[in-house]
Ligand binder design. Structure first.
Ligand SMILES: CC(C)(COP(=O)(O)OP(=O)(O)OC[C@H]1O[C@@H](n2cnc3c(N)ncnc32)[C@H](O)[C@@H]1OP(=O)(O)O)[C@@H](O)C(=O)NCCC(=O)NCCS
Length: 171
């Protein structure tokens, strides 16, 4: 299992500036996921996805040395999370969600910025991800960071038979 103290120090080094310097009530903070976060993450996952990961899958990520999951809290409430895998020199974003009541407040931008900075520090040269083609907010978010569509994986999502848009960017 990753040493959480080590991970916490690494994350502190790459935190982006808080986009809400005048809103102490929001004051979102990013930390590495711990086992105590898993039930809340799984609850939020159910709110956000039609094919949610289970608690067990999130807990297993803590045992994977190539997996890096972050949480965002505001006023001690878990309002978002994201994770990526390091695969040699590629960072593969596997998870990203923000609580519906906290959307459009740049929370996912904080998470993506932190993940890409961490990935670069770990030697990633590229980042990649898959996103549903109908997920307009997520597609626009990733394009804003410079991700570009490189391929479509037809019928990738078994519930709706939607295509997955495969996106890449150089870091
Ligand atoms: C996609 C998601 C993570 C965005 O989170 P968020 O914190 O609301 O996004 P932000 O406030 O950081 O927005 C950053 C950018 O994303 C895009 N964006 C986010 N939500 C959008 C929306 N509803 N409509 C259009 N663009 C949107 C915009 O480009 C925005 O930049 P802008 O504010 O300058 O226009 C959130 O909607 C979510 O959790 N959705 C459900 C889970 C999901 O789809 N995850 C992604 C799986 S690949």
């Amino acid at each position: 299992m990753r040493n959480n103290n080590e991970s916490r120090n690494m994350v502190t080094e790459v935190l982006p500036p808080c986009p809400y310097p005048n809103k102490a009530c929001l004051a979102p903070t990013i930390s590495p996921m711990t086992i105590d976060d898993v039930p809340q993450i799984a609850n939020l996952e159910k709110m956000c996805f039609s094919m949610p990961w289970s608690e067990g899958l999130f807990a297993a990520e803590l045992e994977n040395n190539n997996s890096y999951f972050l949480t965002v809290r505001s006023m001690d409430k878990l309002i978002g999370y994201a994770g990526f895998w390091m695969i040699i020199d590629e960072a593969h974003i596997v998870s990203l969600a923000v609580h519906p009541e906290f959307r459009r407040q740049k929370i996912s931008e904080m998470l993506v910025t932190s993940m890409l900075d961490m990935a670069k520090q770990k030697g990633a040269l590229r980042a990649t991800l898959e996103v549903r083609e109908t997920n307009v907010p997520a597609n626009l978010l990733y394009e804003k960071f410079g991700f570009r569509c490189v391929a479509l994986r037809k019928g990738y999502y078994t519930d709706t038979k939607e295509c997955a848009v495969i996106m890449w960017m150089d870091l």
